[in-house]
Design a protein around this ligand. Structure first.
Ligand SMILES: C[C@@H](N)C(=O)N[C@H](C)C(=O)O
Ligand SMILES: [Zn+2]
Length: 287
């Protein structure tokens, strides 16, 4: 990030100075030679200056292209280089090590989630799963790739301390995220109706929240977004179009074939049927 800012910032400052110097040179040169110049001289001088300016503009355009390329490369290398501690319990893996095409948008690492704050235990924006779940997910990702799609992961293994954080949040009066994430529900109902669990399958390491992206990284239209805790996110809702229903069903079928069950309430949530740790709620940090 720091690298991108420096490069972009330095490039822009240098370039605008260069352009200003060129324009002021035209005025000074013309002014200082005024008495001796013929019309031809002036025409030639203006023409040369115009060429210089054209060259500078071209150089600016090239530089701008270089800048955006550097920015893009920096973003890509940032994506690849989120530092991983590789201190996972045996049997756990980083999902992007198994599925390099997977995009990660780990919402509980950010404050863009229903709590409105970064959640306990999310030290890095990474997705961790048991190797069984990651391998099953890889099969699903391979199947999606046949149709030109790849996956975007919002959450995977979730430490118990993160779930405890959700529970504490539900006991407060804070409603700052209500409009976005649970517009039609009271907090207490979210647990009662199965939208959030006090003991989550995510903490057992074989459950994932995800959606599908096309080749341009656009999300497939599922008729609602991740963690919209509302009946519209239920499979049996009548508040979405047929095509949105079909998209949810398409993802569900592929995940089902790969060994994952879905839940009625949330189209983005999938849990491995034969999970290796059905009775263990892990609490190690995501880092
Ligand atoms: C909160 C939501 N993303 C989720 O994962 N809900 C399920 C039911 C859970 O808490 O396990
Ligand atoms: Zn989930």
């Amino acid at each position: 990030m720091l690298c991108a800012l420096l490069l972009t910032g330095c490039g822009k400052v240098d370039l605008s100075n260069e352009k200003q110097t060129s324009s002021s040179e035209v005025q000074i040169d013309s002014g200082s030679e005024e008495i001796d110049l013929t019309q031809e001289d002036v025409t030639q001088a203006v023409s040369e200056e115009t060429n210089d300016l054209h060259e500078n503009t071209t150089s600016l355009e090239n530089q701008t292209n270089d800048d955006s390329q550097i920015k893009q490369e920096t973003q890509e290398s940032e994506k690849e280089t989120v530092a991983k501690k590789y201190n996972l319990p045996e049997g756990f893996v980083y999902v992007d090590d198994v599925i390099p095409s997977a995009e990660l948008e780990i919402r509980y690492y950010t404050d863009y989630n229903f709590v409105g704050e970064k959640i306990d235990g999310y030290i890095a924006p990474l997705a961790i799963l048991t190797s069984e779940a990651a391998n099953a997910l890889k099969a699903a990702a391979n199947r999606l790739a046949e149709d030109g799609y790849h996956i975007k992961i919002y959450d995977a293994y979730r430490p118990q301390k993160a779930v405890d954080c959700f529970v504490r949040w539900a006991q407060t009066d804070d409603a700052s995220t209500k409009e976005t994430f649970y517009p039609a529900m009271e907090k207490s109902i979210l647990f009662q109706d199965g939208y959030i669990s006090k003991k989550s399958r995510h903490s057992r390491g074989s459950t994932i929240d995800l959606t599908i992206l096309d080749e341009n990284d656009n999300e497939i239209d599922m008729g609602g977004y991740f963690d919209l805790l509302d009946t519209i996110s239920n499979y049996d809702t009548n508040q979405i179009t047929e095509s949105q229903h079909n998209n949810r069903q398409y993802l569900r079928n592929i995940m089902d074939e790969a060994g994952f069950d879905s839940i009625r309430t949330e189209w983005w949530h999938f849990q491995l049927r034969n999970e290796p740790y059905p009775d263990t709620y892990f609490d190690f940090d995501i880092e």
